[in-house]
Design a protein around this ligand. Structure first.
Ligand code: GSH
Length: 213
């Protein structure tokens, strides 16, 4: 059955790979599943046809036969459950990899999103200068223990997993802030993720969409 995902017709990041279709593309590339992409405009995302797929009018979505999913955590988990390559066979190791996937989304991503909002959308407010350092410190509160846990390991728990895919995807959004470089092992971890051939294919595919004439 053909897998169809949605992505921005034009991503606000111009193809830096920060839009969340990249993590879904990456998961599909890791497990060797071909997929098609339906591009949607900001207007179309809020219209009934897309809202039927994604109640919050966002991208990405995932369709396969009669199944339609939204939320990248659920989508990547679904892909990892149904195809070899993103979750270990051992039941306990699998549960730990899934834990990291949740940790990336529930514990690490929220302060990073808050920082993005503070930098990009609130920068012109009178209180922005006072708030930004507080938000940046909340990001550090997550990166410090993550860095300690990763230590000098290649991945968070044994082999590369869906947990690493999501954690790297989440951390990537920090690059522009410079905060990631305060934690050299995390910066190297992200670079390791980006060096994976599957990531490179996913990145190139979203870039091609965003640099077309
Ligand atoms: N928690 C959702 C977040 C989805 C999301 O924020 N998508 C962004 C693109 S990366 C979007 O569609 N933004 C446009 C909007 O919210 O109108 C997920 O992980 O899938």
């Amino acid at each position: 059955m053909t897998i169809v995902i949605t992505a921005f017709e034009r991503s606000p990041d111009g193809g830096k790979g920060l839009a969340r279709d990249t993590r879904v593309r990456w998961a599909l590339e890791e497990v060797g599943q071909p997929y098609e992409v339906r591009l949607v405009s900001f207007r179309a995302m809020k219209e009934p046809a897309h809202l039927a797929l994604h109640p919050f009018g966002q991208i990405p979505t995932y369709e396969e036969g009669g199944l339609a999913l939204f939320e990248t955590g659920a989508i990547v988990f679904h892909i990892a459950q149904h195809h070899a390559g993103l979750l270990p066979g051992d039941a306990n190791a699998r549960a730990r990899a899934i834990t990291w996937l949740f940790a990336a989304l529930n514990t690490v991503e929220p302060p990073i999103l808050e920082l993005t909002t503070a930098r990009l959308m609130e920068g012109d407010k009178s209180w922005a200068k006072e708030r930004l350092p507080l938000v940046a410190d909340r990001v550090r509160d997550r990166l410090k223990p993550l860095s300690a846990r990763l230590d000098d390991a290649g991945w968070l728990d044994g082999d590369f997993s869906a947990g690493d895919l999501m954690m790297v995807s989440v951390l990537l959004r920090l690059r522009a802030s410079g905060i990631l470089d305060e934690y050299p092992n995390l910066a190297a971890y992200v670079a390791r993720g980006e060096a994976r051939p599957a990531y490179k294919r996913a990145f190139a595919a979203q870039l091609a969409v965003n640099t077309r004439p």
